[in-house]
Design a protein around this ligand. Structure first.
Ligand code: COA
Length: 289
C-alpha cells in the first residue's frame, strides 16, 4: 500500500494548489517519491484553463528541480457527486483546452499563450512521465497524454482530437506527437474527422501502453511508476534522451547517438553498481538516485 502525502508549496499560489494537486508517493525501493499530479477541475472535465496551464508549468519546474522526484504521473480528478436533480459529469482525464477562453482571441494573443507552453514543459521533463487516463482525453487532453512517455488507460478512456470541429487544429504539439505514436494515416484520420477513439482502439494502435478496468488503473499505473522509479535516475535520463533522438534523427545518426551514450555510461558508478549487483545477486543501490 502506498502512503499518500499532500505536499505544501511555499512558492505556489492558492490557485495552483486548487487546480493542480501534487501528492508525493514514496518509492518502494529506497528514497525518493513518485509525484502524482491531479488536474483538478472535474466540473469542467479538467479542461485546461490558464490557471491549470500555469500551474502545470510550475509543477514541471518543481519536479525538474526536486531531486527526490523520480517519476511523474499525471491524471484528472474524478467527478464530484452530482448536485441534486443534476446528472453526474463524466470521468475525464482532460477534455481539452478550456474552449471558453478561445472566445474573442486573435493570433497574437494565442501565439504568446501557446509558445513555450505547459505541454512542452511536460514533454521536456528529463524525468519519466506517465499519463493515467480515465475518461475523456480530448484535444489538449490527448496532447497532455501524448506529451508523457507512457499512457495507461482505463476501459472508459476516450481519446480524440476534435479541434477540427471548432475550426481549429491541435496547438499543443498534437499534429507532431500523435503522428509519431500512431503513424501518419491514423493521425490524419483522427485529426481530419475529429472522431473519438475508444480505449480498446487506443490500445490497439499504440496510444495506450496498457488497458485496464477503472478500478485497477491506479494500481497498474503505480506498479509501472514504481518499477521505473527503482532505476538509476542518471541512466533513466540517458535512456530518455537517447530514445527521444529516434524522433528527431534518421537511424544512422540515432544509432551513433546511442553508441556514444552507451559508451559514456561505462564511466558511471551506476553501471558498476548495476553489473556488480547482478553478479552478486543483490539489489543495486544506485549512486544517482
Ligand atoms: N472547455 C470548457 N468547458 C468544457 C470543456 C472544454 N474543453 N469540456 C467540457 N466542458 C464543460 C462543459 O461546458 C460542462 O460545463 P457546465 O456543466 O458548466 O455546462 C461540463 O464541462 C461538463 O461537460 P458536458 O459537455 O456537459 O458533458 P457531456 O458528458 O455532455 O459531454 C464531452 C462530454 C467531452 C463530449 C463534451 O464536454 C465536449 O465535447 N467537450 C469539448 C471537447 C473538445 O472539443 N475539446 C477540445 C478543445 S480544443
Amino acid at each position: 500500500m502506498c502512503a499518500y502525502k499532500l505536499i505544501c508549496y511555499d512558492f505556489l499560489g492558492p490557485v495552483m494548489s486548487e487546480v493542480v494537486i501534487i501528492e508525493e508517493i514514496p518509492c518502494e525501493n529506497g528514497d525518493g517519491v513518485i509525484a502524482k499530479v491531479t488536474i483538478n477541475r472535474p466540473d469542467k472535465l479538467n479542461s485546461l484553463n490558464q490557471d491549470v496551464v500555469n500551474a502545470l508549468k510550475e509543477m514541471c519546474s518543481w519536479a525538474e528541480q526536486n531531486d527526490s522526484v523520480r517519476c511523474v504521473v499525471i491524471c484528472g480528478a474524478s467527478p464530484n457527486p452530482p448536485l441534486e436533480g443534476k446528472r453526474s459529469k463524466p470521468h475525464a482525464f482532460v477534455a481539452g483546452a478550456d474552449i471558453t477562453e478561445f472566445v474573442g482571441k486573435g493570433s497574437d494573443e494565442i501565439r504568446e499563450l501557446f509558445t513555450d507552453n505547459a505541454i512542452e514543459a511536460i514533454w521536456n521533463l528529463s524525468k519519466p512521465t506517465i499519463a493515467m487516463v480515465d475518461g475523456f482525453a480530448l484535444g489538449g487532453g490527448c496532447e497532455v497524454a501524448c506529451s508523457c512517455d507512457i499512457r495507461i488507460a482505463s476501459s472508459r478512456a476516450i481519446f480524440g482530437t476534435p479541434e477540427i470541429k471548432l475550426g481549429l487544429i491541435p496547438g499543443y504539439g498534437g499534429t507532431q506527437r500523435l503522428v509519431k505514436l500512431v503513424g501518419y494515416g491514423r493521425a490524419m484520420e483522427m485529426m481530419m474527422t475529429g472522431n473519438n477513439v475508444s480505449a480498446e482502439e487506443a490500445y490497439r494502435c499504440g496510444i495506450a501502453n496498457h488497458l485496464c478496468e477503472p478500478e485497477d488503473l491506479e494500481a497498474k499505473t503505480m506498479e509501472i511508476a514504481q518499477t521505473i522509479a527503482s532505476k538509476s535516475m542518471h541512466t533513466l535520463r540517458v535512456a530518455k534522451t537517447t530514445i527521444r533522438a529516434a524522433l528527431d534523427h534518421g537511424i544512422t545518426e540515432g544509432v551513433a547517438i546511442e553508441a556514444e551514450a552507451f559508451a559514456n555510461l561505462f564511466d558511471t558508478e551506476d553501471k558498476e553498481i548495476g553489473v556488480q549487483a547482478f553478479l552478486n545477486r543483490t539489489n543495486p543501490e544506485w549512486k544517482h538516485r
